[in-house]
Design a protein around this ligand. Structure first.
Ligand code: PMP
Length: 466
């Protein structure tokens, strides 16, 4: 080890020996220290849980890893399995945990509210929903001031679509290829990832060419991609568009940032045609991108409707739609009611999440740790041909693996192997993209630079053994 350090020092001067610890890929890296002892676990083991799941739950459920993990406890950016083994959670339960697993402030808010009153619908008054709506609305620019609470991202997008259609009087929607917007019938039709949808009739939905700077047919040329949206409006919808919806960085599709300037051009086109613009912030919101609180701000636009879920509740089943008073007024023509949306427990928890993100300055932290992580991944890309693309912002990062950089041939088998290897080393990342060859790195926002170093060292070590 001393010799290794000496060689490193000779080769690189004093340049961060830690970040180069796996340059020679000798010993596997170890998790950063963390002062927490998980509770003893005496519950059912992985095999038993898996058996029961197969017997009693729908066969469409999928799981990660050849030997599925039985996760029994979580603390901030770490998860513990049935044996008390700690893992770095670089996927945050699919980008759902923002503040950190079991963050004490969020837990406390949930407990205190649960002890008083767990459920009262909006037919009665309760301060929690009003306080939360006020705090959430204050996070938005422009006239985005009216909040609706729902229970999931799919439900938020359903409501957004309903608003767009009622407001414009049109039915046709435009979404992006490679996007994901939910698992309900309508949102599934917006989704343009084949593995996630059924071939059932899905009229009135048009999928525009994805403005993907890495794989897209027009590279980073936002104008050409935007022209495709214009074509859909002119020829597909016969000029009658209700709305355009897109994620501001595609999540399930593999952390794909939209070509710079794309949303500005498209929002203009859609609005000129009488449609409204919806930003799906289910994965990108709440400071994750680092530079901005909302993903749409990275493209310099203000949507007409914003949908959110996941990170808003740090694990609580909670979603929201925020829009303008003008659009909201259309929905007031009939009764709009949601039994659990904005219940006191979720509202108290959601408000606590907003406060934690502010108090702990998580947006700045995401920018700081995210740029460290991206820089280290880009260093790794110099050394491993298999890394075709490193992209993202803040703590919303994608690493795309290819067997040929020119052809961009998806390295599917290698991704699967590395994915298992990372887990063996104690790192849990997500896997996605159209070809299943993208590592999705979207940890809880309390993820540190040491965690980032460990993750990259583990990737380095695993790649050196490929
Ligand atoms: N939109 C996006 C961008 C998502 O990633 C998801 C979930 N992966 C959804 C909507 C649907 O959210 P939910 O699973 O809470 O219905």
């Amino acid at each position: 080890m001393a010799l290794q350090r000496l060689l490193l020092k000779k080769a690189f001067g004093e340049a961060k020996p830690k970040s180069l610890c796996c340059f020679f890929s000798t010993a596997p890296p170890s998790l950063p220290a963390f002062d927490y002892e998980p509770k003893p676990y005496n519950g059912p083991r992985a095999d038993e849980v898996f058996q029961k799941r197969k017997q009693f739950l729908g066969p469409s459920l999928f799981h990660f890893y050849q030997k599925p993990l039985n996760i029994v406890e979580g603390k901030m950016q770490y998860l513990y399995d049935e044996n008390g083994r700690r893992y770095l959670d670089a996927f945050a339960g699919i980008v759902t945990v923002s503040a950190g697993h079991c963050h004490p402030d969020v837990l406390n808010a949930i407990f205190e509210q649960s002890k008083l009153l767990q459920h009262a619908t909006t037919i009665y008054l309760h301060h929690a929903i009003a306080d939360f709506a006020e705090a959430l609305a204050s996070k938005f620019p422009g006239n985005l001031k009216v909040v609706y609470f729902v229970n999931s991202g799919s439900e938020a997008n359903e409501l957004a679509m309903l608003m767009a259609r009622l407001y414009t009087g049109n039915l046709e929607m435009i979404s992006l290829r490679n996007g994901y917007h939910g698992g309900s019938s309508n949102t599934m039709s917006l989704t343009a990832l084949n593995t996630w949808k059924y071939p059932i009739p899905q009229g009135e939905i048009h999928h525009a060419v994805n403005p993907d700077p890495y794989r897209g047919v027009f590279g980073s040329d936002a104008k050409s991609y935007a022209k495709d949206v214009q074509d859909h409006i002119d020829f597909g919808t016969a000029g009658k568009v209700a709305g355009f919806i897109s994620e501001t960085i595609q999540g399930v599709g593999g952390a794909v940032e939209l070509a710079p300037g794309y949303l500005k051009l498209v929002y203009d086109i859609v609005r000129k045609a009488g449609g409204v613009c919806i930003a799906d912030e289910v994965q990108t919101g709440f400071g994750r991108t680092g530079t901005h609180y909302w993903g749409f701000e990275t493209q310099g636009v203000i949507p007409d409707i914003v949908t959110m879920a996941k990170g808003i509740g740090n694990g609580l089943p909670l979603g929201a739609v925020v829009t303008t008073p003008e659009i909201a007024s259309v929905l007031a023509q009939k009764t709009q009611f949601n039994t659990y949306g904005g219940n006191p427990v979720c509202s108290a928890g959601g408000l606590a999440v907003l406060r934690v993100i502010d108090k702990e300055k998580r947006q700045v932290h995401s920018a700081d740790v995210g740029s460290h992580l991206l820089a280290r991944l880009r260093d790794l890309q110099q050394r491993y041909e298999i890394i075709g693309d490193v992209r993202g912002r803040g703590l919303m990062v994608g690493v795309e693996l290819v067997t040929d950089r020119n052809e961009k041939t998806p390295a599917k088998a290698e991704t699967a192997m590395l994915f298992e290897k990372l887990r063996e080393l104690g790192v849990l990342v997500g896997k996605g993209g159209l070809h299943g060859n993208v590592f999705r790195i979207k940890p809880p926002l309390c993820f540190t630079k040491d965690d980032a170093d460990f993750l990259v060292d583990a990737l380095d070590y695993s790649m050196s053994k490929l």
